[in-house]
Design a protein around this ligand. Structure first.
Ligand code: UD1
Ligand code: UDP
Length: 363
């Protein structure tokens, strides 16, 4: 039997969710040995362990414990630590996900060692180089041997950048696989609506963590003021990313305390699925949450200037409301409430993880 060793590199919350479905597909194959390397980019229980528990993701074989830091510090320390592990295990593939600093560090360490890199969620572009994620994605794509594009737009972006078609596979989106796999479990297990006393379809869900929004006090202020105004129309629940909590504290931004606005700790995936699927509207700057809003057919308002997930805007499920005007966010949210976009099969059929496992186990 020709065994393949696949080194999966994860580090941040969305990567645990994406890797959970691919890992399950890989481990079902007798010819594959998966080794999970966790950079430690996210480390709080609510940003890390809860996902390993709920998604039954195997415990990491290597915990690098890198933690937080500036981009250079964090990425550099990861690069050094990942290289040591790759030297030891000499994998046939190095598998990286998305667009975080863990993604870039994994791809760069591997490429310099002439190890083939496979990139899940390749080809996404915001065309905004001020975003750290855009730099991470472009570089990772150009370091990769096998690029798993989730959408046709992503595939075209890669071809436009000169990446040969033979290196690109349009497989669909693994987050859609995850949504299909865990939706029923979330319905059965999550009690978050009862705990927060929320009625299905009767509240707004918001998540904010993107650096361009959290690190600019005026943008963060606009978003919070918009959420406070909206809370007079319907309860607004905000699972707060630790980055956002910290910035609110360090900028001294107080939100007043409208009754309907509740900030809660980050929630596990099953609770998040439950919150998303029963929300009236979702307000977010997260990439993953924009897609999940569509999976559950909930209208979404993205508080950014642009989105990588352009199909959602084209179909009418997602509207952009840049956080420069409180009124425009509030008006957009009130306008989309109760509306639907058009249907479209843009993220595949839920077999992206199987197709990725096929490619990796055969090549
Ligand atoms: C990272 C990714 C971003 C992704 C997000 C998912 C980069 C450049 N950014 O952003 O693309 O959308 O993860 O959530 O890789 N912190 C904690 N506890 C934790 C983790 C972080 O308190 O467990 C705090 C620290 O103060 C840290 C800050 O959050 O400095 C930011 O964390 P970091 O991992 O650098 O970036 P994210 O904003 O999480
Ligand atoms: N998520 C979660 N709990 C939360 C917030 C988000 O489980 O409190 C999940 C969400 O459902 C999605 C993923 O985390 O699957 C998105 O991650 P995040 O918004 O941190 O990053 P992005 O997708 O923007 O990179």
């Amino acid at each position: 039997m020709n065994m393949k060793t696949i080194a999966t590199i994860v580090g941040a919350r969305p990567q645990f969710i994406k890797a959970s479905v691919v890992s399950r597909a890989l481990r079902a194959r007798p010819t594959v040995r998966e080794v999970i390397i966790h950079t430690g980019q996210h480390y709080d229980f609510a940003m890390n362990e809860v996902f390993f528990e709920e998604l039954e993701l195997p415990a990491p074989d290597y915990w690098l414990g890198i933690g937080s830091g500036t981009h250079g510090e964090q990425t550099g320390r990861m690069l050094e630590a990942i290289e040591k592990v790759l030297v030891e295990i000499q994998p046939d593939w190095v598998l990286v996900y998305g667009d975080t600093n863990s993604t870039l560090a994994g791809a760069l360490a591997a490429a310099k060692m002439h190890l083939p890199v496979a990139h899940v969620e390749a080809g996404l572009r915001s065309f905004n180089r001020r975003m750290p994620e855009e730099i991470n994605r472009v570089l990772t794509d150009h370091l990769s041997t096998l690029l798993f594009a989730p959408t046709e737009t992503a595939m075209k972006n890669l071809q436009r950048e000169g990446i040969p078609a033979k290196h690109i596979a349009l497989v669909g989106d693994v987050m859609y696989d995850a949504a299909l796999h865990y939706a029923e479990k979330a319905r059965q297990k999550s009690t978050i609506l009862e705990r927060l006393r929320l009625s299905p379809g009767g509240y707004i869900l918001a998540t904010i963590h993107r650096a361009e929004n959290t690190d600019a006090p005026e943008r963060l202020r606009v978003i919070l003021d918009a959420l406070a105004q909206l809370s007079h129309h319907a309860p607004v629940v905000v699972p707060l990313h630790p980055r956002t909590r910290q910035r609110l504290q360090s900028f001294g931004i107080a939100v007043g305390d409208p009754d309907g606005l509740s900030f809660i700790d980050p929630v596990g995936y099953l609770d998040m699925v439950q919150l998303e699927s029963h929300a009236a509207v979702i307000i977010t700057d997260s990439g993953g949450v924009q897609k999940e809003a569509f999976f559950y057919r909930v209208p979404c308002v993205t508080v950014r200037e642009e989105t990588e997930w352009v199909e959602l805007v084209e179909l009418g499920w997602n509207r952009l409301a840049p956080p420069i005007s409180i009124d425009s966010i509030v008006e957009t949210v009130l306008a989309v409430q109760g509306t639907s976009g058009r249907e479209g099969n843009i993220y595949g059929v839920g077999d992206a993880a199987q197709r990725i496992a096929d490619y990796l186990s055969k090549r």
